[in-house]
Design a binder for this molecule. Structure first.
Ligand code: RB5
Length: 147
């Protein structure tokens, strides 16, 4: 499984540990940046990561900024992306089981790197439940199609 990773300067402090975790777990990683703690614009990294998921070169996306909010807003503007802003382990599980999200957004200024890593681990290993949740996801995607 290949994971697209992107962060801005707000997420940069968590980057090394997160990427090391992913590699140690056996995932391939596409590192879309940022590559330093210099101030930068999170939408650029959200687009790179989401495009890698949409073109099939990566299976899932991980985005980290200061709060995770800007990254999730940017990612959810892109057709085909369902991005969850996650701060806790329960949400990390449920967003895969119920929303079939393909990208997770986290905030390094609000969530510890340990929790960020646990959330990513759960997100990447939890399957979609399907069934009635597929009907609801289809309705969400219908909104995207019509707007
Ligand atoms: C950058 O200062 C900060 O605004 C960004 O990392 C993120 O938290 C935005 O939502």
């Amino acid at each position: 499984m290949k994971i697209a990773f992107g962060c801005d300067h707000g997420g940069f402090p968590a980057k090394e540990e997160v990427i090391n975790f992913l590699i140690q777990k056996g995932y391939e990683v596409l590192d879309a940046g940022t590559f330093s703690d210099a101030s930068c614009d999170y939408p650029e990294y959200a687009v790179k990561v989401c495009n890698a998921v949409l073109d099939g070169s990566c299976d899932k996306g991980v985005l980290i900024c200061g709060t995770g909010i800007g990254m999730s807003i940017a990612a959810n503007k892109i057709n085909g992306i369902r991005c969850a802003h996650v701060t806790d382990l329960f949400s990390a599980e449920m967003t895969r089981r119920h929303n079939d999200t393909n990208v997770i957004a986290l905030g390094a200024r609000i969530t510890s790197v340990e929790t960020i890593i646990k959330c990513i681990d759960i997100f990447l290993t939890t399957e979609f439940d399907g069934g009635r949740h597929q009907t609801r996801v289809d309705k969400v995607m219908e909104i995207e199609k019509n707007n």
